[in-house]
Write a protein that binds this ligand. Structure first.
Ligand code: RB5
Length: 154
């Protein structure tokens, strides 16, 4: 399902231990904006494995329980590698406002990956805000997304 700005959006959120703190901060931010979300864990700071949470959030999107997902690990890299192996998931690892915007406009990213040990809480909130309120442009970018699927079987 493609998300366009203005639609009621429901999010899935997940993190490993290195992303746990930022996940909790982002949850507070989402609550303050009345954005509905489902938390897939982790629910504690003990060491755990990021693929488990990337998989759960990806499945939640594919099952259409939610529209979009946010995944956080230490760097965001492990989450993005895992999520991008799930058919139908377009995960973008974002560190700044410009790539947040372009990942929606050009790539129609349905998962935002963040590095809990890389960016500040303030930066993360700015990124989430832009990412949620930017639409896919379609057009020439649509053709390229179709080509990704054709060439990779995903
Ligand atoms: C955990 O130490 C760390 O490796 C993980 O959170 C993530 O950054 C992996 O990509």
């Amino acid at each position: 399902m493609d998300y366009q700005v203005g639609e009621i959006v429901k999010l899935a959120i997940g993190a490993d231990h290195a992303g746990y703190y930022l996940k909790e901060q982002i949850k507070e931010y989402l609550k303050s904006k009345n954005i509905d979300f489902k938390d897939y864990g982790t629910f504690k700071i003990e060491s755990c494995d990021y693929p488990e949470f990337a998989y759960k959030v990806g499945q939640s999107i594919l099952n259409q329980e939610v529209d979009l997902g946010i995944l956080i690990c230490g760097t965001g890299i492990g989450m993005s590698i895992t999520a991008n192996k799930i058919k139908g998931i377009r995960a973008a690892l974002v560190h700044d406002e410009q790539t947040a915007k372009l990942s929606r406009q050009h790539n129609n990213a349905n998962v935002l990956c963040l590095g809990g040990r890389i960016i500040s809480e303030e930066q993360a909130k700015k990124i989430v805000d832009i990412w949620l309120y930017t639409s896919f442009e379609g057009g020439r970018h649509e053709k390229r997304l179709k080509l990704i699927n054709q060439l990779t079987g995903l």
